[in-house]
Ligand binder design. Structure first.
Ligand SMILES: [Zn+2]
Length: 94
């Protein structure tokens, strides 16, 4: 199925999607703080940037939703109607 938006409109829509400080990330940060766990902001780690790094151990946390986990039969994990092969390949790499 073709995209219902023009390429320009799709780019505009996609650019508004937040990449950090999302609601689940904020909830995780508040929970960790409530538990008394100290987190660090680390930009020097190789690979994907974790959402939280616990400073007392070598523990990193990632907040990924259904889409990035590619849940089978999950409405939140449906692939976009355009560039389906690109997204499928990307999700399988994670
Ligand atoms: Zn799911």
């Amino acid at each position: 199925m073709a995209d219902v938006y023009s390429k320009t409109k799709r780019l505009e829509i996609m650019s508004k999607i937040k990449g950090k400080h999302t609601s689940p990330e904020i909830r995780l940060a508040l929970l960790l703080k409530e538990l008394g766990l100290v987190t660090q902001h680390r930009k020097d780690l190789l690979g994907r940037r974790p959402d939280a790094v616990l400073s007392r151990g070598k523990i990193v946390l990632f907040v990924n939703g259904c889409f990035w986990h590619g849940h089978k039969n999950c409405s939140r994990a449906s692939l976009p109607s355009t560039n389906g092969i690109f997204w499928q390949t990307k999700i399988e790499k994670i």
